[in-house]
Design a binder for this molecule. Sequence first.
Ligand SMILES: Cc1cc2nc3c(=O)[nH]c(=O)nc-3n(C[C@H](O)[C@H](O)[C@H](O)COP(=O)(O)OP(=O)(O)OC[C@H]3O[C@@H](n4cnc5c(N)ncnc54)[C@H](O)[C@@H]3O)c2cc1C
Length: 303
Amino acid sequence: MAFDNLQDAFCGCTARPLLIDEPMSRHTSFKIGGPADLLATPSNEAELCNLLKRAKENNIPVTLVGNGSNLLVRDKGIRGLVIKLGNMLNTIEAGENSITFGSGVSLALASKKAAELGFTGMEFAVGIPGSIGGAVYMNAGAYDGEMSNVVTAVRTVDANGEVKVLSKEEMCFGYRKTVLQGSGLIVTAVTVSMPKGNTADIIAKMADFSQKRTSKQPLELPSAGSMFKRPPGYFAGTLIDQTGLKGYTVGGAQVSTKHAGFVVNIGGATAADVLQLIKDVQDKVKAAHGVELHPEVLIIGEA
Ligand SMILES: Cc1cc2nc3c(=O)[nH]c(=O)nc-3n(C[C@H](O)[C@H](O)[C@H](O)COP(=O)(O)OP(=O)(O)OC[C@H]3O[C@@H](n4cnc5c(N)ncnc54)[C@H](O)[C@@H]3O)c2cc1C
């Protein structure tokens, strides 16, 4: 880099705090991950664009993080600038037939807001611990609902700070897939539209989904949710369970004893532990059932 101190490239940017050598374990639900060279938390789109512009001018790589709930960050961390949007960009604008959320709004809050306004369709999202920006990027879903069912427009900025609004069709939604993946576009706002429903029914449905999660998922331990995508015709958790891998442990990483689809951090897990565990599970499930498992969790950073 052309700077003695990387942070000099961002001198004058208003996004604060600009953290140096910030452990990513503090910013992921897995509580795993080596240091980011720099981590910034812009609170509005202008600050975000300013950071992107400076990074581009100075050839500094940028990694975007929402709420860090679908990430495994490797142990040597992330070079360049990490921009974290979860809990930032948190505006909510309600219209007659739609709601526009800043991309840092948590899915839990977005789902509750939709319910409060009498909209039905976002109940599925109540227990997913991501930001709405990350949820749109992943086309997150649960209990037969997914983001593609409710999203009508996605506001993005590119590396030059140029704004582009994508329609639902332009998002090319698929199973945990969208056009955003690998595009470099950053979501700054998401508009959702749903029919109106009966508020009591909506709230009851949300309570039911929350109760199902609490009883079935290991929410008491750090994780990144389901480790593997659903292989066509199967459930990853069931295959792993049938292979006898519940409780299988590598270092501080363990196949959850409560739900075999989750890998949990039982204390001090490194990314290397999780990666070894993933490989072991993939190999054993392949040998036992002939099915290949692919991670749903995104793996980033340096090993
Ligand atoms: C206990 C638990 C339960 C879970 N249950 C579910 C579930 O039921 N269904 C499900 O689908 N997922 C589930 N997840 C996974 C995760 O919560 C979702 O994938 C969520 O949508 C990720 O959002 P995030 O903001 O945390 O994104 P992050 O994990 O921070 O990032 C994920 C990806 O999205 C990108 N991204 C994030 N924000 C933006 C943005 N604003 N613009 C562009 N790209 C962005 C990041 O660069 C990264 O590539 C669960 C996770 C946990 C820990």
